[in-house]
Each structure stands twice: as C-alpha cells, then as structure tokens.
Ligand binder design. Structure first.
Ligand SMILES: [Zn+2]
Length: 57
C-alpha cells in the first residue's frame, strides 16, 4: 500500500502512511474538509470531528 500523502510505500507503524508526518498532514487536510480518503468508504460521514481532534493531544 502506498502512502496517501506522498505515494511512498507505507510503514506498518503508520499504516497506511509512511510516517507520522504524512499521517498528520492527511488528518489536517481531512479536518479542514477539503480532502477525502479514497479508500475510506466505510467511514461514517457524521464522524465527530471534535473527537478526531483529540488525536493531536
Ligand atoms: Zn508519506
């Protein structure tokens, strides 16, 4: 699987991303609402964003 952010091979620790940096970049894009993960069709549309933000703590 490729990293959705930079298309490099993903790392197990950060699957499907290659690093924590790319994971955070992707998450920030998603939180801003201008990005959708193509293969995450099973993610609920009404996912609570406030809960997601807690990941950064
Ligand atoms: Zn990456």
């Amino acid at each position: 699987m490729k990293c959705p952010t930079c298309q490099k091979p993903s790392a197990k620790n950060f699957d499907p991303f290659c690093s924590s940096t790319c994971k955070n970049i992707d998450l920030l894009r998603w939180l801003k609402g201008d990005y959708r993960i193509p293969q995450a069709e099973d993610v609920s549309e009404d996912l609570n964003r406030e809960e997601s933000i807690e990941i950064f703590d």
